[in-house]
Structure formats: C-alpha cells, structure tokens
Design a protein around this ligand. Sequence first.
Ligand SMILES: Nc1ncnc2c1ncn2[C@@H]1O[C@H](COP(=O)(O)OP(=O)(O)OP(=O)(O)O)[C@@H](O)[C@H]1O
Ligand SMILES: [Mg+2]
Length: 254
Amino acid sequence: MSAVFEVLNLKKAFGGLVVTNDVSLSMQPGDRVALIGPNGAGKTTFVNLVTGALRPSSGEVQLGNETITKTSPAGRVQRGLVRSFQVTRLFQDMTPAEHVGLAVLQRTGKSGRLAGNFLTRADVMQEVIELLEKLGLASLAHRKVREIAYGQQRLLELAIALALKPRVLLLDEPAAGVPQSDTGRIEEALADLPPDLAVLMIEHDMDLVFRFARRVVVLAAGTVIFDGLPSDVTKDARVREAYLGSYANASHHA
Ligand SMILES: Nc1ncnc2c1ncn2[C@@H]1O[C@H](COP(=O)(O)OP(=O)(O)OP(=O)(O)O)[C@@H](O)[C@H]1O
Ligand SMILES: [Mg+2]
C-alpha cells in the first residue's frame, strides 16, 4: 500500500535551538501511530510544521501524491490533513451543533453568505446530529460549550475533526486535562475512528498508547529515536535513556 502521508527530512530551529532535527515519517491508510517523547521533545512542533502553522527550515510534507509543504493551513485541511490541539480551542459561547455545523460547511465549501441559518438546513443538521450522536453528545447539541464538561469538549473536538472528513488525523494529547473517570469515552471514540483513516496520536499516558497504537514513534530532542512496534519500544535502550529524566520528574508521565 502506498503512503497517504509522508514527511521527509523535516527541520526546524528556533534561534539556535533545533526542535525538529531531520524528521522523516510515513503513514499508510488505517495506521494507528502513537507519537511519544519527553516534554519539550518537539511533538507539538512537528504537528505545527506539517499542518502549516509553522514554516519548516527545510524538508517536505506530502499528502497522497501532492507536495503540500507550501500549502496554506486551510488548504491542507481541505485536502484531508486535520489536527486537534493539545488544549481545546472551542468557542465558549457557541454550541456543539454550531461548531460541527461550521466544520461541515467549511468542508463542503458552503460557508460564507449562505451559512447564516445553517442550523435550519436539513442536509447540514442531519450530518451534525449523526456525528454528535456517534460521540455521545447529541443531548448537548444546543448547550453552550462553557456549560459542558471538559471531557465532552474534547469529544466535541473529535466530532469537529471528523466533520472535516480527514484522510490523516493528528491528535495532540486528546485526553489531556480530562479526569480519569471520563477518559474511557474518549478512548472508545478513538477505537471507533474510521478504519481507513490514518491516525497519529501524541500521548503521554502509556496505557492509552499501548491500547491504541499499532506502531510507536519516539521523539527525543527533535530526533526520531525509535519507530517500530509497541512491544519493542520499552525494551529499546535509547528510548529508556531518553525517558530517564522524565521518569524521575513525573511518575504519571511516560
Ligand atoms: N514558538 C517557539 N519559539 C521558541 N521555542 C519554541 C517555540 N515553540 C516551541 N518551542 C520549543 O521547542 C521545543 C519543543 O516544544 P514542543 O511544544 O514541540 O514539545 P512537546 O514535545 O509537544 O512537549 P509537551 O509534551 O510538553 O507538549 C521546546 O523546547 C519548546 O520550548
Ligand atoms: Mg506538546
């Protein structure tokens, strides 16, 4: 099978600090990859670079057969490269239905003048309600985001991402900040993602990593030091070494 997403020799430095050091990574449809690494390893920066939020110093990003290194962030989303954020970026006064509805409109190119009363449009709303139902949020469709729990807000972010019909989905710590009691629902949603979607998830919780991932990529100081099977990652000498410091600092982190 050919790659749906390919990153070639990506580099980024902030001043003198190299945060992405010659990173290459390839993903196939249906991949379930966990991107892990100590705090500050460059995981979020990697996502910022490939989605176009940051400009790389050098290197290439390909989606399907197309090179998108210079494509605008919105253009990348349109082509099916979609991300979620480490901290939610929802609008507190908008409802889940409005958030997902706008994403559907963005995807279908119907935003703009016609968008005003989209909540009354049957075609849009049918898709909105289906997605919210899938994520267990249908009963909250018309509540304001500020009134719903953080775990539900994170599920809403997944709904928004799915409304964009991604080919490649990049999730930056989808369960971060969610109380342990509510992470089960997020994990179920992750398990339910479309089988042909390529998913890369940044995650510190190793239990979640092992349940979700069929492949693990480890970043340390901007460099990929491991790319392989979950069953091999904890045995790897370089990975163990990279994590020694953070084991000492934060026992709940990987
Ligand atoms: N805009 C920026 N300007 C300067 N340095 C930055 C900038 N963004 C990130 N960095 C630095 O780049 C390094 C990588 O940060 P990044 O946020 O990508 O790490 P991370 O692996 O996502 O960490 P965490 O697990 O804590 O989320 C850090 O040293 C960080 O301080
Ligand atoms: Mg991060």
